[in-house]
Write a protein that binds this ligand. Structure first.
Ligand SMILES: Nc1ncnc2c1ncn2[C@@H]1O[C@H](COP(=O)(O)OP(=O)(O)OP(=O)(O)O)[C@@H](O)[C@H]1O
Length: 456
C-alpha cells in the first residue's frame, strides 16, 4: 500500500477523543469500484489502482488504522437534535497530500454506527452518485467543496420508500468534517474544556492566522459568507442547511436533495421534505447567518468570561455576515455582468426582471442575445439600456451546470445498470466554462417544477 494510505493520520481523534467513537465499516458482500476519481487520487498522492485493490474505498483499513464515527448534534429544520453523529459514515483517517494539505478520508454508507438511531447505515447508489457529481461540478466551478474519491457498489440491495435500490459506499474527501453541530455537541456534552480543545484543533487546521477565539469565529463567519455568495451566483440550492451540514472550513458538504435552479425564483426548493421552504434558494444567506449564530453560542464561554460581554462581542461578529456576503455577491455579479465596479441597483433591477419573466439563471448570463429570453422585451430593453459590459464575461459564467432533470435521468439510468449518461454529464459539468460541441441539451432548462426525493 502506498505510504499515503498506510500513513493515515488521526489528529482529530487524538485532539478530541470525546468527540469520536472507534468503529469499523460493515463488511460488504460484493464490493466493486464503479467510479474512481483519478484526478483527485493523484492530487492526494494516491495510486488509483492500488486504492481500488486495497479495499479502503469500502472500509478495509491497513493494520494500525482506527476509523471513527464523529459525534455531532445540530439544528435540523430549526429543531435542536442533541445526538446526531455519523450514523452511516466513518472517518477513516487524514491524508496529508504532497503539498502538505490535510484532508479527511470519509466513507458514507459504510454501515450502522451507534449514532444510527433508526437508520440502516446504508446508502443507495443514486444519492451517492448525486453527491459525487455535485461535488465535481462545484469544484469545477471553483467553489470550495468536499469531493468524491470513489463510489463503490456493495452488491447488496437497500430498502427505501421507492423499493429495493442498489447499495453503494461513497468515499469522499474534505478539508475536514468539523461542523457547527460538532461545536454544539462539544458545548452540550463537555462544556468549555472540550469546546476549547475542538477550537484549538479547528484553528490550527483551518484558520491558523486567528489571533483568538473571537477572531476564529469571525473567520468562520467570513468564510461561510463567501461560500454562500458563491452558491447564489451559480444558482445552487443546498437543500438541507442544518447546522450539522455547515462547516467550519467554509466548504460545501453533505449533498442531499440539492440542485441548481433553472428559472430564477428566490422561492426555489427542490427537497421533498422542505415543505415550508426554509431552505429555499433566497433564504440561504439568512439561514447561514442563523447557523453561525448557533456556533457563536457554543463559543460564548471562550469569548469572554462575562456572559453579557461575550454575547455582545459574538453578536457584533455574526452581524458582519451581511456586509461580507453582500460584498462577495456584488463583486461576483459585477464579474458576471462584465462590469468594472459593482452596481447593486442594476443587479436588483435585473433580479426583479429575471424573476418576473421567469428567465433561466444560468442561460441568461451566457446567452448570445439575452433579449430573446424575455417575454416582455421592452422591459428587458429598458434595463439593458443601463448595462454597459466592459470585461470578458465567459470566465465568470458557466455554460454547463448539472441541470436537475438531466441529473435525475443519469441517476435513473445508473440505477438500472447504464452508467454512460452519468459519465457524460460528469464530463460536461467538469468543464463548465468551455463550449462543448454537440452538448447543447445540457444548456437547456428543464420544464420543472422538480422535486428531489430526499431519499438517501
Ligand atoms: N440510512 C441511514 N442510516 C443511519 N444513519 C443515517 C441514515 N441516513 C441518515 N442518517 C444520519 O442522520 C443524520 C442526518 O442526516 P444527513 O442527511 O444530514 O446526513 P447524511 O446524509 O447521512 O451524511 P453527511 O451529513 O455526513 O453527508 C446523520 O447523523 C446521519 O448519519
Amino acid at each position: 500500500m502506498s505510504t499515503a494510505v498506510s500513513q493515515l493520520e488521526h489528529t482529530y481523534a487524538d485532539a478530541v477523543p470525546d468527540l469520536v467513537l472507534n468503529w469499523s465499516a460493515a463488511p460488504v458482500r460484493n464490493p466493486s469500484a464503479l467510479v474512481v476519481n483519478d484526478e483527485l487520487a493523484a492530487e492526494l498522492g494516491l495510486d488509483p489502482r492500488e486504492l481500488v485493490g486495497s479495499g479502503l474505498l469500502t472500509g478495509t483499513v491497513p493494520e494500525g488504522v482506527q476509523p471513527v464515527a464523529m459525534a455531532y448534534s445540530g439544528h435540523q429544520f430549526g429543531m435542536y437534535q442533541p445526538r446526531l453523529g455519523d450514523g452511516r459514515a466513518l472517518l477513516l483517517g487524514e491524508i496529508v497530500d504532497p503539498q502538505g494539505h490535510r484532508h479527511d478520508l470519509h466513507l458514507k454508507g459504510s454501515g450502522r454506527t451507534r449514532f444510527a438511531r433508526g437508520g440502516d447505515g446504508r446508502a443507495a447508489l443514486g444519492p451517492m452518485l448525486r453527491e459525487y457529481l455535485m461535488g465535481e461540478a462545484m469544484h469545477a466551478l471553483g467553489i470550495p467543496t468536499s469531493r468524491g474519491l470513489a463510489v463503490s457498489t456493495t452488491g447488496e440491495d437497500v430498502p427505501r420508500d421507492t423499493g429495493l435500490l442498489p447499495g453503494a459506499v461513497l468515499a469522499r474527501v474534505a478539508s475536514s468534517h468539523i461542523r457547527v453541530g460538532t461545536f454544539q455537541y462539544a458545548a452540550a456534552t463537555g462544556g468549555p474544556d472540550l469546546v476549547r480543545a475542538l477550537t484549538d484543533h479547528a484553528i490550527a487546521r483551518h484558520h491558523p492566522e486567528a489571533t483568538d477565539v473571537l477572531d476564529f469565529y469571525r473567520r468562520v463567519v467570513h468564510a461561510q459568507a463567501a461560500l454562500i455568495a458563491q452558491w447564489m451566483l451559480v444558482g445552487f440550492v443546498h437543500g438541507v442547511m442544518n447546522t450539522d451540514n455547515t462547516t467550519i472550513s467554509g466548504e460545501t458538504i453533505d449533498y442531499g436533495p440539492c440542485a441548481f435552479m433553472d428559472r430564477y425564483d428566490p422561492q426555489t426548493v427542490f427537497s421533498s421534505i422542505d415543505h415550508a421552504g426554509r431552505y429555499a434558494y433566497g433564504n440561504q444567506p439568512p439561514i447561514a447567518r442563523w447557523n453561525l449564530a448557533r456556533l457563536g453560542e457554543a463559543l460564548l464561554p471562550l469569548i469572554d468570561e462575562d456572559s453579557d460581554t461575550a454575547i455582545e462581542k459574538a453578536t457584533a461578529v455574526v452581524q458582519e455576515f451581511g456586509e461580507v456576503y453582500e460584498r462577495h455577491f456584488q463583486a461576483g455579479m459585477a464579474a458576471k455582468l462584465g462590469l468594472r465596479e459593482p452596481d447593486p441597483d442594476l443587479v436588483a433591477d435585473l433580479l426583479a426582471l429575471l424573476h418576473a419573466q421567469q428567465v433561466d439563471w444560468t442561460g441568461f448570463f451566457r446567452a448570445g442575445t439575452p433579449r430573446d429570453l424575455f417575454l416582455d422585451r421592452d422591459a428587458y430593453d429598458a434595463w439593458a439600456a443601463r448595462w454597459h459590459p466592459e470585461l470578458d464575461r465567459d470566465h465568470a459564467n458557466p455554460l454547463y451546470v448539472p441541470r436537475n432533470h438531466l441529473v435525475d435521468e443519469a441517476l435513473t439510468a445508473a440505477e438500472q445498470g447504464d452508467l454512460a449518461p452519468f459519465l457524460e454529464i460528469l464530463e460536461v459539468v467538469s468543464a463548465p466554462y468551455t463550449e462543448q460541441p454537440g452538448r447543447e441539451r445540457y444548456t437547456e432548462p428543464g420544464s420543472g417544477p422538480f422535486v428531489t426525493y430526499c431519499g438517501t
